[in-house]
Design a protein around this ligand. Structure first.
Ligand SMILES: *Cc1c(COP(=O)(O)O)cnc(C)c1O
Length: 214
């Protein structure tokens, strides 16, 4: 499965994030030995433990809900935080980035699932983050991330991915046109990564297809 996913990603110019949450180091090492270097976790403690015990050339991505008071534990080493969903969190990441004299790469999480109340309406939280990010010298906003509704209705999933792509394009032209590093659209998981790539994903986050059910 890894080779198949890597090929699809290469064909689409996308990055494969292997989502290793709840899986033991031995499983991660199996994929590492086949060349995979980018892994995603959704809990801070697990992320830190795995970072400390595994090879230092792994790029660790934080993909889950992140509490402000836990940013400090991952600030020294995290390669990308996908799930920045509030101005307060962005500000905290900036502060912790400054302590470690680094720019922490982040994605702004966009509410794309139709069950989210902000779907389709002006997301003031998102705009607030975008407008503030020039003030935050220790974060680097690399793009957006979204999670589609958990449903078998692939038409709905596709329309939510289209919405994220449109949102990305609009932010790019309105706010980030001179920033080449604003280029990532993190969307697509085990059940919907093919649709996500068709709709312009640059980063898919795949867990169960690679590691088996959790
Ligand atoms: C768990 C998780 C994934 C991977 O889900 P699979 O369906 O196992 O591929 C992707 N993104 C986020 C944010 C997750 O929490």
């Amino acid at each position: 499965m890894l080779n198949e996913l890597v090929t699809i990603c290469n064909d689409n110019g996308a990055t494969l994030v292997a989502v290793s949450k709840t899986k033991p180091n031995s499983k991660i090492t199996e994929l590492y030995d086949q060349g995979q270097r980018v892994f995603g976790e959704n809990r801070v403690q697990e992320l830190v433990e795995k970072f400390e015990s595994l090879s230092k050339d792994i790029e660790w991505h934080m993909i889950g809900h992140l509490q402000k008071n836990k940013v400090k534990y991952i600030a020294p080493f995290v390669s990308l935080i996908h799930s920045v969903e509030s101005l307060g969190l962005l500000k905290t990441i900036d502060k912790e980035g400054a302590k470690h004299d680094r720019q922490i790469p982040v994605l702004l999480q966009v509410k794309i699932a139709q069950e989210d109340t902000k779907f389709g309406s002006t997301d003031t939280g998102l705009i607030g983050m975008v407008e503030a990010c020039n003030d935050y010298k220790n974060v680097e906003v690399r793009g957006v991330m979204g999670m589609a509704t958990f449903t078998d209705d692939m038409k709905q999933v596709r329309s939510e991915f289209k919405f994220l792509k449109t949102t990305f394009d609009k932010l790019k032209s309105d706010y980030f046109s001179d920033q080449a590093s604003f280029k990532e659209i993190s969307m697509g998981m085990s059940g919907d990564y093919k649709i996500a790539l068709e709709e312009g994903s640059t980063m898919i986050r795949v867990g169960s297809l690679l590691f088996g059910a959790r």
